[in-house]
Design a protein around this ligand. Structure first.
Ligand code: PMP
Length: 354
């Protein structure tokens, strides 16, 4: 029986995407060949890449607005340094909202001056900083829209004149935003978009070309744009499965339909956390993530019983990250409402028995 998969990433993908991906491994497009054994320069794969790039822009509402979408490799972690390599000339600002922001800051410091504009480290990142001002002399401001480990999410974005760069690895395609407010967006595929192995980068083309340093080809966004995301062999399987997931997303009604379901899933789980005296949420209420719900038991002695109960209910991937402890339920797009219902039932059962 298929488990209820709350994994933080790599994570659940739609079942129909899995089936189509499995079929393509055996035979792709009636070619008598597997997707895995054809040239990335074949017309069939070139079409996959073109469709994936344009569908990503279409779903984000960025088609025809001067943006380019790329499917690169190296994970979001490589973007930590590519962003700075391509954009940091004098000084960049970073909002420090967790482990991934810290890693982005560490890489950017190799390339220039980095200012931490605001941080929530003082409370182990359980909230999103507010009320800070952003200087006008920054090359860009970088933020992490959703903090996968701590379970916090930006609801409002700083009003700033400087270019806005966002790591959206764990909430891209999950909620409606005015994506044109961002100048560069990147996201590892392995949460809401596909399997591990490719990273979506969406960049406003006129943002590029402004730094004086020489950029190695593989790290240069302009090279990848000129080569239509095929400068070298792309991660063909990961890009194809991402395309299937984006097509599934479109068939479900796009980001706004997804957002409505995601809101319901998150509301159901947070209300159980708030009503059940055995549980306590980790993140500050106003900054709670709709993607990664972090919580703890108020009675640590119940851990063994709770762990046994959720495992028996067919739930997988509920343990919190080691830097936070407790539990983390990731409610990505492909997770059905039914799975959240099963988790909430286990939590209320614990209260009844406990
Ligand atoms: N940023 C965020 C918000 C993440 O959640 C992760 C991975 N969980 C990363 C960056 C790092 O991504 P990758 O492993 O693809 O380099």
């Amino acid at each position: 029986m298929k488990k209820h998969n709350f994994s933080a990433g790599p994570s659940i993908l739609p079942q129909e995407v899995m089936k189509k991906a499995a079929e393509a491994v055996l035979e792709f497009n009636g070619m008598g060949l597997s997707l895995l054994e054809i040239s990335h320069r074949s017309p069939q794969f070139v079409e996959v890449m073109e469709r994936a790039r344009s569908l990503a822009l279409e779903l984000l509402g960025l088609e025809g607005k001067g943006y380019q979408a790329l499917f690169l490799q190296g994970g979001a972690s490589l973007e930590f340094l590519m962003v700075a390599y391509n954009l940091l000339e004098n000084k960049a600002g970073y909002l420090n909202t967790g482990t991934w922001s810290e890693k982005a800051i560490k890489e950017a410091r190799l390339f220039g001056s980095v200012v931490e504009i605001a941080s929530s480290k003082d409370e182990n990142f359980r909230y999103i900083p507010k009320g800070f001002s952003v200087p006008n002399d920054l090359d860009y401001l970088h933020l992490t829209t959703n903090n996968t480990i701590f379970g916090t999410q930006f609801r409002e974005f700083p009003n700033t004149r400087v270019p806005l760069v966002a790591d959206m690895s764990s909430d891209i395609f999950s909620r409606k935003l005015d994506f044109s407010r961002f100048d560069l967006i990147y996201a590892g595929a392995q949460k809401n978009m596909g399997p591990a192995g490719t990273t979506l980068v969406v960049v406003r083309e006129d943002l590029l070309g402004g730094v004086s340093r020489k950029i190695p080809s593989m790290l240069d966004y302009q090279v990848h744009i000129a080569k239509e995301s095929m400068y070298n062999t792309p991660a063909v399987f990961a890009v194809y499965v991402s395309l299937l997931t984006l097509e599934w997303l479109k068939s479900q009604g796009g980001i706004s339909a997804m957002e409505a379901i995601n809101e319901k899933k998150a509301r159901l789980l947070y209300s159980e956390i708030d009503l059940n005296p055995l549980f306590q949420g980790y993140a500050a209420e106003e900054d709670r993530s709709q993607m990664n719900v972090t919580f703890n038991l108020t009675e640590p002695s119940l851990k063994e019983a709770f762990d046994r109960m959720w495992k028996e209910a067919g739930i997988s991937g509920l343990n919190g990250h080691r830097s936070v402890g407790g539990y983390r339920a990731s409610l990505y797009n492909a997770l059905p409402m039914e799975s959240v219902g099963v988790l909430v039932d286990v939590m209320s059962d614990l209260e009844r028995k406990g």
